[in-house]
Design a protein around this ligand. Structure first.
Ligand SMILES: [Zn+2]
Length: 187
């Protein structure tokens, strides 16, 4: 059975058996928090469990590396919507140790793109259109610094209210231990 088929078959019985009932909540985060974290598979269940977050407690924005790369990109927009429209009044950036973005090398990724059939011509067109793939696919060398940087972008964003604490944490993807990088109450 193909994956999508498997998902839809399971979903049918999930709904029929009313398994959704234990997840009932609304769109407003009970703990009034928005988290920006990595898409890493190890964090799917571990991160909310390790923080005692249940369905309905928190907004979670997932992005590779938990990086807020652009002050007017979709991640920052999600944070602003969470704060202004959905009742979040604290923000937490949570990176993790052993993150794929820490070892991301644009050159290697571009090589893989070529192997998968992306032509040199196409890459050249992007280059001459002003798209810098080296920058676009750049990871980070130190997760703590990356978290600090994202925290600063959010903290100093011109549209962020000054009374919203912005925290920075790093989670261990094996044990769930959280290390504090930036305590938003101290700023
Ligand atoms: Zn990661």
């Amino acid at each position: 059975m193909k994956l999508l088929e498997e998902i839809l078959t399971y979903n049918k019985s999930f709904v029929e058996n009313k398994e959704y009932e234990s997840f009932k909540t609304n769109k407003y985060p009970d703990k009034r928090l928005v988290i920006i974290s990595c898409m890493d598979t190890r964090l799917v269940e571990l991160l909310p469990k390790a923080m005692n977050m249940r369905n309905g407690d928190v907004k979670i924005v997932k992005v590779a590396g938990a990086v807020v790369a652009h002050p007017f990109g979709s991640i920052m927009r999600s944070v602003l919507v969470a704060v202004y429209e959905l009742g979040a009044d604290e923000v937490c950036v949570i990176g993790h140790y052993d993150c794929g973005m820490a070892s991301l090398q644009a050159k290697n990724t571009i090589e893989k793109m070529k192997e998968r059939g992306i032509s040199e011509d196409k890459l050249a067109t992007l280059h001459y259109s002003g798209i810098n793939l080296e920058k676009f696919l750049h990871g980070f060398s130190c997760v703590e610094d990356s978290v600090k940087h994202s925290v600063e972008i959010i903290r100093h964003h011109p549209l962020m209210p000054g009374d919203v604490p912005v925290h920075g944490l790093v989670i261990d993807p094996k044990t769930g231990r959280l290390d504090t990088i930036a305590d938003g109450y101290q700023n």
